[in-house]
Each structure stands twice: as structure tokens, then as C-alpha cells.
Ligand binder design. Structure first.
Ligand SMILES: [Mn+2]
Length: 318
């Protein structure tokens, strides 16, 4: 189906429930809320749902707190966005699958299983990039609120327009959203820069203790529960810490060792390409991608450091 055909069907709907994937990111939330505002302008009553709690960092955009946990069974159609498989809907998967009503599946993951009755999957940087194009088939221009929702997804799935998935069409979509009032500064500040004082303190302390091995080709950071407590932080603030040691010139593999329980560490691994960190993580029963993976390792901190350093050295190409 073409995107125009999808748009024509969506415009005929009088009501819909739009599903986000579990553990939502900016793309699924932005695509769902953006589509909701487009469809409401054309007269449909829409509800956005997600099985998970919506992280408060998204609340800078109005309406995010209205996202519900239960689908409206009276909706004429169900629409899943940014979800490559129905099980990505988490607890809402069953409701979506069992419903006897038209189901839409709009997504940018090429791995999408093509579930549903009306499917639009295209390899784009973000589902919000597809949604921006979809908006041109709706009457009138997107308003600033819609433009901000779509910018949220475009910005967050591309690392603020810095990842390799960015193409000319990503910038064309962004240009269109800016022209319609998207506040790119507010979106990037809230998504990428804003942090609590506790996180800033923990970040500083952690990065002042980066450990290097193999002539600076391997970098480790570690965060213990005691360090988290002393900074007045929680373990979730360490998200993104791993990017810093990897950014150091000469570092090929970076690892973050996060203590989750006594003698137990959650390991995040990143590579610039000289090592397959998926292979490294799988030694410990974990996995992920070639350049980004994770696993759990037991032992005291120094034991874990030794084990992991040895495994990385075995996988690091000359
Ligand atoms: Mn996405």
C-alpha cells in the first residue's frame, strides 16, 4: 500500500486507538501523538495508549500525560506505530491481536513482521519521518503542537540528527516541521541535555575514574551502588554514561560496569568497529548488536574487570 492510500483510509475513520510500543521512546510517542492530532483535526476521536509508564522527561510536550493504558474497545480501528512486532506492545499485545477491527501497522523498522490489515513499512530514520510525510495528505498544515510531536521522534531516533540513519529526507522532514513551528531547541534540550544535579555529580565522579587498557584502546567506567547513593541519584541516571568513554580518541571498546546487586554487574558495551561486542556479550549469556551490547557478570568489581578485559582483548582486532 502507498502512504497516500493509508492516509485516505485513516481520514475516513471516526475513531481510533493508537498503540505505542512498551518502554516507549520519543519516536513511538511522537508518532502516536502526532497522528492523533492530525486525525482529530479531520474529525476523528483518538486515544493513545502504552502499556508502560510514560517517563516524565517527555512531559515538556503538552498532552503526553493523557496517554492511557487501556485501548478503547469502541474504537473503529487500532493503529500500531513504531512497533516491529505485536509483542512490542507488551501487555496490550493480546488486545490488539484479538480485536476484530481494521488494524494498521505503520513503522520504519525493516525487520517489521508485517502484521495487521493495512501495513506501511519503509526504511526511514524514524516513524516520525513517515508521519511527517503522511501529514501532507491531511487537510491543512500541521500545527505547532503536531510539528513538535513529530520533531520529538525525528530528533530522538537520530541522536539529534547525528546518527548514520540520517538522510536527505530526514532533513527535509525536519525543515517542514520547523516551518510549521517545531521548537528544535526545546526538543533537543529536553531530550539530550537536561539532567539533574545528582546525575551531573555522579557523571563527574565516574568520568574522573575512567580506566584504560591495551594502550588506550579499551576504556572502562564503573558505578557502584554506594556511589549512586552518595550522589543522591538512582541507577537509571547512568543511561548514556557509556557514550563518554567511547568518545575518547583511540578508544575502540568502552564498557560500563553498573553494580545492580551484591557481586553482580550489568555490563554495557560499545564499539567503534574494531571489536564485535555482541560476540563479547554472548560469552556471558548476553547480546545485542555488533556495536552495542550488554550482559550480566557476577563477581566483585575487580574480578569482573579482569574477566571482561580478558574477553575484550581476545576479540579486539589488531
Ligand atoms: Mn523508531
Amino acid at each position: 500500500m502507498t502512504l497516500k492510500e493509508i492516509a485516505e483510509l485513516l481520514k475516513k475513520l471516526k475513531s481510533a486507538t493508537i498503540f505505542c510500543h512498551m518502554r516507549p521512546d520519543g519516536d513511538t510517542l511522537g508518532a502516536a501523538m502526532g497522528l492523533k492530532s492530525m486525525m482529530e483535526k479531520s474529525g476523528a476521536a483518538c486515544k493513545v495508549v502504552c502499556e508502560s509508564m510514560i517517563p516524565s522527561k517527555f512531559f515538556f510536550l503538552e498532552g503526553m500525560e493523557s496517554i492511557g493504558k487501556e485501548a478503547d474497545e469502541n474504537s473503529q480501528a487500532y493503529i500500531a506505530v513504531d512497533s516491529s512486532e505485536t509483542h512490542r506492545l507488551g501487555a496490550l499485545c493480546e488486545v490488539f491481536e484479538r480485536a476484530k477491527k481494521p488494524k494498521f501497522n505503520i513503522d520504519h523498522h525493516i525487520s517489521n513482521s508485517r502484521y495487521g490489515d493495512y501495513v506501511y513499512v519503509e526504511d526511514r530514520a524514524a516513524t516520525c519521518e513517515i508521519m511527517t510525510e503522511l501529514s501532507s495528505y491531511f487537510e491543512g498544515e500541521p500545527d505547532a503542537k503536531t510539528a513538535n510531536y513529530l520533531m520529538l521522534g525525528l530528533s530522538s531516533d537520530t541522536g539529534n540528527f547525528a546518527h548514520k540513519n540520517v538522510t536527505e529526507s530526514t532533513f527535509l522532514a525536519a525543515a517542514k516541521l520547523v516551518a510549521h513551528g517545531a521548537d528544535i531547541h526545546a526538543v533537543q534540550y529536553n531530550m539530550f541535555k537536561k539532567q539533574s544535579a545528582a546525575r551531573a555529580l555522579l557523571f563527574g565522579r565516574t568520568m574522573s575514574n575512567i580506566r584504560y587498557f591495551a594502550d588506550g584502546r579499551i576504556a572502562f567506567i564503573s558505578v557502584t551502588r554506594e556511589q549512586i547513593r552518595a550522589a543522591g541519584a538512582t541507577s537509571d541516571v547512568t543511561e548514556g554514561f557509556i557514550d563518554f568513554p567511547l568518545s575518547v580518541d583511540g578508544v575502540e571498546v568502552a564498557a560500563c560496569l553498573l553494580e545492580t546487586a551484591d557481586n553482580r554487574f550489568k555490563i554495557s558495551l560499545r564499539s567503534k568497529g574494531a571489536a564485535d561486542v555482541n560476540a563479547i556479550a554472548s560469552v556471558y549469556g548476553g547480546g545485542g548488536h555488533i556495536l552495542a551490547s550488554g550482559c550480566m557478570i557476577s563477581g566483585c568489581l575487580e574480578e569482573v574487570v579482569d574477566k571482561l578485559r580478558y574477553t575484550i582483548l581476545q576479540h579486539l582486532s589488531e
